[in-house]
Ligand binder design. Structure first.
Ligand code: NDP
Length: 326
């Protein structure tokens, strides 16, 4: 079996030379254990900051995959069934059941299991909890989301439309902006070509923003806060523009704006609502089956291309969820 390890902690933007492909010989599964074979692997922004917090040099890269059970000494996991597991960047894994989540029983045969890593998986749940638990978004409100053509952002905008809101989304290419329009976003812009972010944000919503789903950080974040309405709410989900910085940004952040507009801001991690994941995955699946949630994927073929898929996602190559198919 193969595994990608972190050769050296990233310094600035990850490079291919920061990763090493290793061959592993796996032990036979013991009682209670299974042997898994990866089918789809996720590449996610969190791997960049978490590699520093959670990993040592030489460790197998962290990450989630959809895997097939090919050998089982655990009655809860039948051979041939599929699971979502935190196995890291590996083609094969021997493990006990800790952290393995079976694919929901109701998963339709004609729906790709890859969606369990995207819109009907962690990123979809992130969008849902940001909207429902943090923002408590209400019909008629105006919502702003950045990194809007990505795994989380594209679902955020579509759920906000389901809830009867006006949605503004920004993304980093004209093709992405066109995709947002196809999804039903009301106003969209390419943050790389608008010139003034402030003008773009104001033109897209002259009425101001009631809610802001924040994925990016940095200058966008500061500019967006200035366009919030009084008592606006901000869900701080991510800060992808900061992840490759070698020195932490210190602002300036619009501190007075927070006070004068009486904004409410909350950071969150989707795992807080783990107890609700099964029911909410069913809800996301239902929206998808009803045609209200469109799921686009950016699939890289081949396990050997994991590093380039990851680096490409950080550079914005993906429209929708970035994945690797083994
Ligand atoms: P995406 O699918 O959105 O992929 C990342 C995208 O980020 C790229 O395609 C790129 O799109 C955009 N991007 C990269 N650099 C910048 C930049 N400097 N400024 C603006 N946009 C940039 O990833 P996800 O949907 O998986 O994640 C989106 C955000 O949500 C991340 O910040 C992530 O960390 C966070 N997250 C948080 C979770 C939580 O529980 N709190 C869970 C999951 C994700 P573009 O071309 O538009 O620049």
């Amino acid at each position: 079996s193969k595994a990608w390890t972190l050769t050296k902690h990233f310094d600035g933007w990850p490079k291919k030379s920061d990763f090493t492909l290793k061959l592993e010989t796996l032990p036979e599964p013991k009682d209670g254990e299974v042997l898994l074979e990866a089918v789809f692997l996720s590449v996610d922004p969190y791997m960049r900051p978490f590699s520093k917090i959670r990993m040592n040099e030489g460790d197998v890269m962290i990450g989630t995959q959809v895997a097939k059970v090919i050998q089982s000494n655990n009655p809860a996991f039948a051979v041939g069934s599929h699971v979502v597991g935190r196995c890291g960047w590996r083609t094969h894994t021997v493990c006990d059941a800790t952290g393995l989540v079976p694919i929901m029983e109701e998963w339709p045969e004609d729906v790709s299991l890859s969606l369990a890593l995207g819109a009907i998986g962690m990123p979809g749940l992130t969008a849902l909890y940001g909207i429902e638990e943090i923002l408590e978004l209400k019909a008629g409100e105006t919502l702003l989301v950045n990194a809007a053509a990505g795994a989380v952002g594209s679902v955020v905008g579509q759920i906000a439309k389901i809830k009867g809101c006006r949605v503004v989304g920004s993304a980093g290419s004209d093709a992405k902006v066109a995709f947002l329009r196809e999804l039903g976003f009301d106003r969209t812009f390419n943050y790389k070509t608008v010139g003034s972010l402030e003008d773009a944000l104001r033109t897209a919503a002259p009425e101001g923003y009631d809610c802001f789903f924040e994925n990016v950080g940095g200058p966008f974040y500061s500019a967006a806060l200035e366009q919030m309405n009084d008592f606006g709410r901000v869900a701080v989900c991510g800060g992808i523009s900061l992840y490759n910085d070698t020195t932490a940004q210190t602002g300036p952040y619009p501190h007075m704006t927070m006070i004068v507009k009486q904004l409410k801001m909350e950071g969150f991690v989707q795992g807080r609502w783990e107890h609700k994941h099964p029911e909410d995955l069913k809800r996301l699946m239902r929206w998808m089956r009803e045609g209200r949630l469109r799921c686009r994927e950016h699939i890289t073929e081949g396990f050997d291309n994991m590093p380039s898929a990851f680096i490409g996602m950080l550079q914005g190559e993906n429209i929708g969820k970035a994945l690797v198919k083994v």
